[in-house]
Design a protein around this ligand. Sequence first.
Ligand code: GLY
Length: 592
Amino acid sequence: MKLRFLPLAVAVVACHKTASFTPSATDVGFPSSSATGAAVYSGDRRAPSFPDAWPYKAGRAAVFGQHAMVASDAPLASQAGVEILEHGGNAVDAAVAVGFALAVVFPEAGNIGGGGYMVIRMADGRTAALDYREVAPLAASRDMYLDEQGNLTNKSVVGPLASGVPGAIAGLTTALAKYGTMSLADVMAPAIRYAEQGFVVEGPFARSLTSNARLIGQFGGAGVFLPDGKPLAVGTRLVQPELAQTLHRVAEQGAPGFYTGKTAQLIADEMHRDGGIITTEDLARYKPVWREPIKSSYRGYTLLTMPPSSSGGITVTETLNILEGFVPVPPFGSAEYAHVLGSAYQRAFIDRNEKLADPAFAPVPMKQLTDKAYAQKLRATIGHDRATPTSSVAKTMREGMETTHYSVADAQGNAVATTTTLNALYGSGVYVRGGGFFLNDEMDDFAAAPGKPNMFGLVQGEANAIQPGKRMLSAMSPTIVLDRDGGLLLVVGSRGGPRIITSTSQVILNVLDQHMILSDAVSAPRIHHQALPDSLAYERNGLAPAVLDSLRQMGYGLEPIGGVGLINAIMRVRGGYEGMSDPRSMGRPVGY
Ligand code: GLY
């Protein structure tokens, strides 16, 4: 494919001020958005070729910002982040503002009743990972989701028993206190405004409410989101006074405004009404955990990513370590590339499924799984042109497919990658009456029936069994990539349960190995392999028919699926940042 070096690109860059951090040797090219709206391939960026039937064409324009960028699943939340940045806040201030705003304008996954993970890289070189994953309530027990015959019920998915103790408020306030520069009240102001003054329901939100009306209608949120039994229509202004009051209590009192007092009592009351087990004591005891990010290298680039209790960082790292030995990496879209990438995922997921859990409750072999020599041994088991069956695998996952990721980068080069979730869309469906928010169904991320097939016929591992106070294993993979000079290059993450790992890593690989511009890296078709089921999943129309034939001949079971993750990413380019929300999603970046 011919590269297009347009003179126009020079003009585009010439009118942007250079960002205040030092440019580095990685040649990520000019902003891809030219005055004509077409992508510009410059530096070492190359135009990829996608299959003819793939709906997202290469060469889309990303959003450009010369100072800073926020990419999230809700335009109003991205705007909230930019509002904070424009008022002098740093990337952490903005990320916290986005987190609160998502809880108001994107209630399907944005939340204060769930939890998440944040990876931070400050321009001065400090790095941190914050684990604010939910924990199992004190009254939780190993077999709480089994019926008298030992069969799995759906109580880990729907209703009050499905919720872990929420970590979101503790996480956001803790991150702000350590790395932010603004007051909690200031960064919460946009969210409180959206809740008090309302916002106009747009198509994606209305459709999401329609698809989830059955779940929402069973619990206290019905009156808010399904007035007269019907989902809010496009154009309706949604005002959430109870949520505004809950947010005010946090803005005024900090985390105790949620974990003690009125809000804690409202949560406990909601639980008691319907057989839930979270108590005010559970809430008062909740603590987020600062952890060291996993720091790994890939072909000279540095990855900073999330350690357990998420499996995301280890699994991304192990996959990339396996791939690093393939030189040159096969071309994008080829059967060889799908084979080596799928095989790397398969091996990393076998480890993920068997060995990872909350490190406070189970030994996690982090050093081994992120070791390059170990990856080399796994690489040696990948046949030249044959699929390897997944064998003797003790566990796979059934994480909810819905989560939300947002990325923030500021003018100093500070960066924050955050992934947060209620698990399923609208979580357990339980809505805290008087509090104005949904609670998660994160308990389903535990192995609810260790050693026995779950409702999907899968066998789950003992390490991730339910224990009081334990964090359930996650796949969330917020990641920051540094270039070969140690400068900020990418801020990236995804939603989609186990597909978070595969989608996040493929965007990174598309930029680092395939030299794509950000918009192509995010739009490109993706594959997924999670060891069990033992098949190579691919996005429908994402692999050319001849490639599918070759993979079949190699022995792959092939499964076309609707999508692999939804990305929100930022890349540093010459003169500023590009932001890209997945064309598969409703997200939109905002930069300035
Ligand atoms: N609930 C999805 C995850 O944590 O991976």
